[in-house]
Write a protein that binds this ligand. Structure first.
Ligand code: ADP
Ligand code: MG
Length: 723
């Protein structure tokens, strides 16, 4: 399909689009959770004592009693079959960041030749998919294929629908035969448990002896692009690499700021409504939807949940976003930077700590200076982010997110904290010896009597900060749109476990020495702010001045994945993960290798695709046009007309540039090598990236020179605006 043909087809799809009323007979609210084997379904279907045990594991992290498995499996099977399921699948989250599932039928033939629906407790508890085809970072040889999936009772099973039949999906963890984590879920569960243990210890010091658990909550705002599917199929670069490897910047991009929060196009809104209905069925609490900054870019934010559940929901949400888009003739792009020079997509991870009895532990109240418990948790975060900024940076590192971090749409690679004016002021007072007051929120004077008075927050927001306090939670803005929230949440939970442990220990020591509790708190808060205040930055994170200042403050600036990932396995990080039982040194090392390997592979695939498209699509188009121009020039000369040749001259020059850049790229691809993952990744960074950039520069210049009807690829303008 040529670029111009795909454009005509996409325009056709848009102009002929009619909003189809999709099954509006069931109100949205009635759909919520209908596909979920939720606590209420369990309560109705399980013997009371079994239900109680399962609920205690889900709500309070109590150890799972394996004896309940048979009863749960039986109830789950009956429910699933009533819902039209013929198969079940253990769903797990391998280190690729994707979601994996292996399906098995419920039906097993019995001796009489009839088939029986079987689903025993042991099948629910444990599965055994072949682990050899998933990345494991050297934790096991390819010949040692055994891997196990284990039922994660804290995340509810659900029915995945397909027009041809349904499947019961059971969220699981995925471990090797030697018991090492091969997935993103196991460390998330471990880090939640570690954080909870330390947080309960700290809460006890504040007199809360009745706490069963402290939960980390996550609410992930998901940005994404939609393009018409005709464009997708006409762009082999998007098909293989999920992003455009070519494309000149459109003459009108996002300069006018006319897309953000703009009226949502009908076709997109129809998609969003359909998607919300799907998400609701799976109990995913989708809440906010709006246009994002770039044309063709949108955002979806669900209500926050326990971070372990939010993780599973996030993974399913990404799958559904793509699936539902197909139903609407569109492709959903989750890549961090599908279009160069256009706003990229992130996944801001909002997080807080709390539980049923305490509520949100990051809620400062109206007078934060008096809310000592809040200040201690806040200080734990400040300390953790300062001490382990490099680890947080590594937790969001990937080839695709490298395009985004530090560009003008996402925080820089320097990890700092934004506290806002009110909290900053409280901590300033603490640093000077004690806080006595909190700046108060104002009332906004609108000058119109008919409008109600509006309250201003005590501090503004800062969109340039990677780690911002936003009133009752922190927002980690560096994670990429396509990544699993596990890595950032594991890092956050673990550094919190460490910092809370430190604070609790200091307070215990001080009070054991006879210091009065409040005085001990003041002292430890002051110490934290003196030791770690350098990580607090309320200014413009996009400015060059911050790069210089951050360096002077000794903050790390790990610009690329190749800089950040080796840092992940540094001694102090290794000790941190081991101390809290989140990842063993071997597991951490394996993860480091997998990320670097994925990085190098991603660049290699992109480099090959760049070479192929340049050779088989762009160069031929340019040569055809060159031939056409040369023919015209010859005819004009023959007719005695002075031929206007600058076009031909310029085109010929760019073709020369493209050919030579291609030769360099091809040499780079053939020379791809490395002794180990780090060397390969470094080769990709230093050799393949610049070689691809040179090919692209020449090709993008050609886009402005070659006749539009010959140009083989849909343009940025078309893809971003024909929706
Ligand atoms: P923004 O103005 O930052 O774009 P959104 O409304 O798009 O805000 O998203 C905010 C996200 O933060 C939502 O997912 C929301 O559920 C989540 N959130 C709100 N309160 C908390 C909290 N206490 N803990 C964790 N996440 C929260
Ligand atoms: Mg938002």
């Amino acid at each position: 399909m040529s670029g111009s043909l795909s454009r005509r087809q996409a325009i056709d799809a848009v102009t002929k689009f009619k909003v189809a009323a999709t099954a509006t007979d069931v109100p949205l609210a009635d759909l919520f959770g209908i596909n979920v084997f939720s606590k209420s379904v369990m309560k109705a279907r399980l013997p009371k004592n079994v239900y109680k045990k399962v609920a205690a594991t889900i709500d309070e992290g109590a150890p799972l009693d394996p004896a309940v498995a048979d009863a749960v499996a039986n109830a789950m099977k009956d429910w699933a079959i009533e819902k039209g399921a013929s198969h079940y699948a253990h769903v797990f989250y391998p280190l690729t960041g994707f979601t994996a599932e292996k399906h098995d039928s419920f039906l097993e033939p019995d001796s009489s030749g009839a088939s029986l629906a079987e689903f025993a407790g042991k099948t629910l508890l444990q599965g055994e998919p072949d682990a050899s085809s998933f990345p494991n970072g050297g934790l096991r040889g390819t010949f040692e294929a055994r891997g196990y999936t284990g039922w994660d009772v804290t995340s509810p099973a659900y029915i995945l629908e397909n027009p041809n039949g349904n499947t019961l999906c059971i969220p699981t963890v995925f471990i090797s035969w030697t018991g090492e984590a091969l997935d993103k879920k196991t460390p998330l569960l471990r880090s939640q448990q570690a954080m909870s243990k330390q947080a309960m210890r700290l809460l006890k010091l504040f007199g809360h002896n009745d706490v069963d658990t402290v939960v980390s909550y996550a609410g992930a705002e998901q940005e994404y692009f939609l393009i018409d599917e005709h464009f997708f199929y006409a762009r082999p670069d998007i098909m293989t690499s999920a992003r455009t490897l070519f494309g000149a910047k459109p003459s009108k991009g996002q300069e006018f700021d006319d897309h953000y929060f703009g009226a949502i196009p009908d076709r997109v809104l129809a998609y969003m409504i359909d998607l919300d209905r799907e998400l609701f069925k799976y109990g995913i609490p989708s809440k906010t939807r709006h246009n994002e900054v770039a044309p063709g870019q949108f955002e979806l934010a669900p209500v926050f949940e326990r971070s372990v559940l939010a993780h599973d929901h996030q993974q399913l949400m990404m799958t559904l976003m793509k699936k539902v888009a197909e139903r609407h003739g569109m492709t959903c792009l989750l890549h961090e930077k599908p279009f160069a020079g256009v706003n990229g997509s992130g996944k801001h991870v909002n997080f807080s700590l709390g539980n049923g009895n305490q509520g949100n532990l990051l809620n400062p109240g109206d007078t934060p200076h008096e809310n000592v418990q809040f200040l201690v948790f806040c200080a734990a975060i400040i300390r953790g982010v300062h001490k382990y900024g490099g680890l947080l940076r590594a937790s969001v590192a990937s080839a695709s997110n490298d395009h985004r971090l530090g560009a003008n749409e996402a925080p820089p690679a320097i990890i700092s904290i934004f506290l806002g004016e009110q909290l900053m002021d409280v901590f300033d007072q603490i640093a000077k010896g004690g806080a006595t007051g909190s700046k108060q929120a104002g009332v906004l004077e609108l000058g119109v009597d008919s409008l109600p008075p509006m309250k201003a927050d005590p501090g503004d927001r800062n969109r340039t900060s990677p780690f911002a306090f936003t009133g009752n939670r922190f927002e980690f803005r560096a994670p990429g749109s396509n990544q699993s929230i596990s890595d950032p949440m594991v890092a956050i939970n673990t550094i919190l476990a460490d910092s809370i442990d430190y604070l609790a220990t200091e307070l215990e020591k001080a009070t054991a020495d006879g210091t009065e509790f409040n005085a001990a708190v003041q002292k430890v808060l002051q110490q934290v702010i003196l030791d770690h205040g350098a990580v607090i930055f309320n200014g413009d994170g996009y400015a060059q001045a911050w790069q210089d200042e951050a360096a002077a403050r000794g903050l790390l600036n790990l610009r690329t994945t190749v800089d950040a990932i080796p840092f992940m396995a540094e001694k102090e990080n290794e000790e941190l993960f081991e101390r809290y039982g989140v990842l063993s040194a071997r597991e951490l090392e394996a993860r480091k290798d997998v990320i670097l390997e994925q990085y190098a592979l991603c660049l290699l695939v992109e480099a090959k695709e760049t070479a192929e498209i340049a050779t088989t699509m762009i160069l031929p188009a340019a040569l055809r046009y060159q031939g056409e121009l040369a023919g015209i020039a010859a005819n004009l000369t023959a007719a005695g007309i002075d031929s206007p040749t600058p076009l031909l001259g310029e085109l010929t020059e760019t073709i020369g540039a493209l050919t030579s850049a291609l030769a360099t790229l091809n040499a780079g691809i053939s020379g791809f090598h490395g002794e180990g993952e780090l060397e390969e990744a470094t080769y990709g960074l230093e050799t393949l990236i610049p070689a691809m950039a040179a090919v692209r520069a020449a090709a993008d210049t050609l886009e402005g020179q070659v006749a539009d009807d010959l140009w083989p690829l849909p343009t940025y303008n078309e893809m971003l605006t024909i929706l």
